[in-house]
Design a protein around this ligand. Structure first.
Ligand code: NAP
Length: 518
């Protein structure tokens, strides 16, 4: 079992007790009393707090952290030693003592003596690095176990990049329930979730966002509701969205809701892979050389869609032909023997969104006259899909040279954005960010160009109803929103990941809920 542990970090006993009560309500599985947070700490306060916490019947860790390792209130070694030995006498289930202090003669001996006199309390030995990864993580664990073989060994270090997390995973793979390995900071978030899959002794979460005791700590609500903590076990398959930045992505909300609805033992994670091709390659290498992590698929988005294509190409893996033509892979699956396959669900999502509104099959887009506004990544995917089925496309772009080169690559027409007024199309697709929040009062198309026999498709989904879509509706045109494209590409990814049809109603609900919240 991996205990979902809530650090209690009140400055006084009243707020500690409130935090304990709230932690129990939200489903905490263990409490860590961070006594170093309590002002004017003494053994009377400790006694009262432990007595209160024991009423919850949850296992209890008592910590009195040294300031040198992230503690509060600059407590002296004498006070810290006294608090820890008293906690042992009071029957705390665990005490957490810094390995660096445990190896100091007087301090360590006092703790050992108290432990050997007590029948109940177990020792957690810990080491912290708030600047970055430890140089030789394995040797730290070896030293801790050598110092006290019955200890649970814990490290918490700052992950300056998601690639720093993998040594922590190796430790958990090796020691399982005897170890805790936490990567702090936003790049380390996944270590807090994956800990359970790798059978770590515990992982931390907070009740409220403003009560975190370390950077990157998630709330218990996010752990349980969004990242499905309760269902995670050693067999859980992992998926995620690779992006930089990743915080804005609604994919975890949406894909996890679908996994939940289908009762699948799968979890979808935000994977902040900062940097370019090199960091992307390193990340994928880290994944594929650790098959026991059971990563089975990725959504890939800005700025890594070309990196994903190049990675798969360099490894000689299969890439869907249209993804090669588009020059971007936004979905990777990992199959048997860690073989990777690359797809592009953006074009499929856009084509499906369009054909659903028109009530036609993809091939019936043949000969339709389409104006695509924009010549970036989204435009490229949509143009490739349209040209593939024989639509007649004209590309309009602010930077006309980009429109020309895309048009010559895909065999379509092109013009500058200023010529959009002359267009005469059955379908208009906005693939620029014009109209996107916070500039929601802009539209790429003058109202006079809108007709009721047109289909108007805006790939922008923030806001859900862009000015272009509102004006198109007023003109009596049929409209397709960016959210519908997102939903269809997510459904396609779900199918590629799971080989099952996506629960569309859940997907719709989760998408609109997440878009409303972000
Ligand atoms: P991109 O590669 O950066 O391309 C941006 C495009 O927008 C370029 O054609 C650029 O023209 C044009 N543009 C940007 N600002 C402009 C302005 N002020 N005036 C005129 N043109 C402007 O971006 P992308 O990945 O293609 O994304 C484009 C849009 O598609 C975004 O709004 C995004 O939200 C949307 N999208 C939606 C989905 C979905 O699932 N619904 C998926 C992907 C993308 P220049 O070439 O002249 O710079």
């Amino acid at each position: 079992m991996t205990y979902l542990t809530i650090p209690i970090s009140g400055k006084d006993l009243t707020s500690c007790k409130e935090q304990i009560t709230a932690a129990v309500k939200t489903g905490a599985e263990m409490l860590e009393l961070r006594t170093d947070y309590i002002e004017a700490l003494n053994t009377d306060k400790l006694r009262e707090l432990i007595a209160f916490a024991k009423k919850t019947a949850l296992p209890l860790i008592v910590t009195c952290r040294d300031t040198a390792q992230g503690g509060q209130n600059n407590l002296s070694p004498a006070v810290r030693g006294q608090i820890l030995t008293e906690a042992i006498k009071l029957g705390a289930d665990f005490i957490d003592c810094e390995y660096a202090n445990f190896t100091k003669k007087d301090f360590g001996e006092a703790i050992q003596k108290a432990l050997s006199a007590a029948s109940k309390t177990k020792l957690i030995l810990s080491a912290h690095n708030f600047n970055g990864a430890f140089e030789d993580l394995d040797s730290i664990y070896e030293k801790m176990f050598a110092a006290f073989p019955a200890a649970i060994a814990k490290t918490a270090y700052q992950a300056n990049h998601i690639n720093d997390c993998f040594t922590a995973f190796d430790i958990l793979k090796k020691y399982g329930n005897k170890a805790i390995a936490i990567c702090m900071g936003p790049a380390g978030i996944i270590s807090r979730i994956i800990a359970k899959k790798l059978d770590a002794f515990l992982t931390f979460a907070s009740v409220e966002e403003n009560q975190t005791t370390a950077q990157g700590q998630l709330t218990i609500e996010k752990m349980k509701k969004l990242y499905r903590f309760d269902i995670i076990n050693s067999k859980t398959e992992l998926f995620g969205v690779i992006a930089d930045p990743v915080g804005h992505s609604i994919s975890p909300d949406v894909l996890n809701a679908c996994f939940e609805a289908e009762k699948m033992n799968r979890v979808y994670l935000p994977l902040w892979v900062a940097g370019g091709q090199m960091e992307f390659n390193e990340f994928l290498d880290n994944i594929t050389t650790r098959p026991w992590l059971d990563f089975r698929g990725f959504s890939v988005t800005i700025p890594h869609k070309t990196s994903a294509l190049e990675y798969a190409r360099a490894k000689g893996e299969y890439i869907e032909p249209l993804a090669v033509k588009i020059g971007a892979v936004n979905t990777l699956t990992i199959g048997l023997n860690e073989r990777i396959t690359g797809y592009n669900s953006d074009y499929a999502g856009a084509m499906d969104a369009l054909t659903q509104v028109m009530g036609i099959k993809r091939k019936q887009l043949h000969s339709k006259i389409v104006a695509v506004i924009g010549a970036g990544g989204a435009a490229r995917a949509i143009i490739a899909g349209l040209v593939d089925v024989g639509a007649k496309v004209t590309i309009y772009n602010r930077t006309v040279s980009k429109a020309h080169s895309l048009a010559s690559e895909f065999g379509c027409h092109s013009a500058g954005l200023e010529d959009i007024e002359k267009m005469d199309a059955q379908i208009v697709i906005n693939c620029t960010s014009i109209g996107m929040s916070p500039n929601a009062d802009a539209s790429p198309l003058p109202v006079k160009c809108l007709r009721k026999d047109m289909i108007v498709f805006d790939t922008v989904y923030n806001p859900l109803q862009t000015l272009l879509l509102k004006q198109a509706k007023q003109a009596g045109a049929k409209t397709v929103s960016g959210a519908e494209m997102f939903i269809n590409q997510a459904a396609e990814q779900f199918k590629l990941f799971t080989h099952k049809d996506c629960p569309m109603e859940i997907l719709h609900q989760a998408t609109f809920k997440a878009l409303g919240e972000k």
